[in-house]
Write a new protein. Sequence first.
Length: 150
Amino acid sequence: MALPLVLALAACGSSDDVATGDDLVTVEFANEAGTAPATPPPPPSAAPSAAATIPARFHGQWDWHRGECDPGSENFITIGADRITWRDTVGRASNIRAVGQSVIIDLALQDATDRWSASQRLSLSDDGRLTMSDPAGGARDIDLHKRCGR
């Protein structure tokens, strides 16, 4: 921080003026408490942080809790790091946030004819079943799924 100030002060003199060690001034900026900070604050990040992913404990193939894990099943879903798929619908995950042991995911959904958005809360029970529900606790159905392939 002091270097630009020194250069600016040096630029104000005539061409015959040369700053020497005795002419240099060090400027320290105080924080709100009136003391100099121990370390300068980090510069603001120009790029957003890396996108979060759906936690690995939710990854895999799931079917309705009474289903037969048939990929053609209406309730068969696949959860990956950045998406959830149901039959012909793909939901790209964003704004993934942990709430206790659950995760809430915003989904940009698309099928053969439409695009829409929705949010889902994913939770795992003690016996390993997946619960998908409305994060707002609305009237939307709660879906219970069992993991396939285990």
